[in-house]
Ligand binder design. Structure first.
Ligand SMILES: [Mn+2]
Length: 326
């Protein structure tokens, strides 16, 4: 959701409240979410020169929650610690309430660079917060002017492993969304299988649609290893020990022509990051330009990359996954 002016704050609060209702929030929890979202959106308008809020529901077995990620292109914060104290404000107004957001929510994190902007994230849970929260995040945004996004990201988690998918339906708009959503549905509907086998299934399943570019990765936390298979323009990068490794896809369009479906293996040790993105994101970026960002929550990494590197001429999707093993 775009947040540029004061009038949009209420709309953001309504959309977040709808997710809270879907997550089964009682009135007290719903109230906390509403306050924290309002405070966050107000900060974007006041200090951030406009920005965006991403909201999604979180599932952890018996408990459900809502994740809020806010990103702006403001002046950034020179000193986050003092910004956390109530009453402190970077713009000379009475308090930006970061301390109160932190108290009302779980997992509150901020990534801020002076001159570049700020990204924050928090979770609100219906019941007790689960011990292990998601170690992945996505930013999926339609092309400006479109309502639905033709890109789809999906993730399925198993016992000590996980499968992720990014599909960019050809073009944009509803028809592109049908192609990518059909592919994503397959990931959760089929029993787990190697990425190459999954890509074969997707290729066959979306033959009646517009088709698209797509990639699937499968990672094993304990083994510290992953497999990747892609067709068309989906970037795949693995960051580990301050080094980036690019994952290779073959040319083609899923659903129409995929002459060579080939799977590649990669090392994925504890704390390593896997980043997958559609071609709505430029490829001319490096995490070296963002000191400390590799250690932030994957949803913050996805939102910051979207903010700074979306081409804005196409749907954009960024998926970031961290190996949570230690
Ligand atoms: Mn695209």
């Amino acid at each position: 959701m775009v947040v540029e002016e004061r009038s949009q704050i209420a709309e953001v609060r309504r959309e977040a409240a709808a997710l809270g209702t879907a997550a089964g929030f009682g009135s007290e929890t719903a109230g906390k979410l509403a306050l924290a979202v309002t405070e966050t959106a107000t900060n974007i308008v006041k200090h951030g020169s406009g920005g965006r809020i991403f909201a999604r529901t979180l599932d952890a077995g018996a408990s459900s929650g809502v994740e809020i990620v806010a990103v702006d292109r403001g002046t950034g914060m020179r000193d986050i610690a003092s910004g956390m104290q109530d009453g402190y404000s970077t713009a000379g107004t009475p308090g930006n309430g970061l301390g109160s957001i932190k108290r009302m929510t779980s997992g509150f994190e901020i990534y801020s660079q002076p001159g570049k902007g700020t990204c924050s994230r928090f979770e609100v849970w219906a019941d007790v917060q689960p011990k292990l929260t998601d170690s992945w995040g996505v930013a999926t945004v339609p092309k400006p002017g479109e309502v639905v996004c033709g890109d789809t990201c999906a993730i399925t988690t198993g016992e000590g492993s996980c499968d992720v998918l990014v599909v960019d339906g050809l073009g944009h708009g509803p028809q592109a969304a049908i192609a990518s959503q059909t592919a994503a549905d397959l990931l959760s509907a089929l029993p787990p299988r190697d990425p190459a086998a999954m890509i074969e299934e997707i290729h066959a399943a979306i033959a009646g649609t517009r088709g698209g570019a797509g990639a699937v990765a499968s990672v094993d936390w304990k083994a510290g290893a992953g497999k990747f298979c892609g067709i068309g323009n989906i970037a795949g990068l693995v960051y580990s020990n301050y080094k980036a490794r690019q994952l290779m896809s073959h040319n083609g369009t899923l659903g129409h022509n995929a002459r060579k479906i080939q799977q590649f293996e990669f090392d994925f040790p504890p704390a390593a990051l896997l980043i997958m993105a559609s071609d709505g994101l430029t490829t001319h970026w490096t995490l070296d330009d963002y000191p400390g960002l590799v250690n932030r929550h994957p949803a913050i990494i996805a939102a910051v990359l979207f903010r700074d590197h979306s081409r804005q001429r196409d749907d954009t999707s960024v998926l970031v996954l961290r190996n949570p093993a230690n």
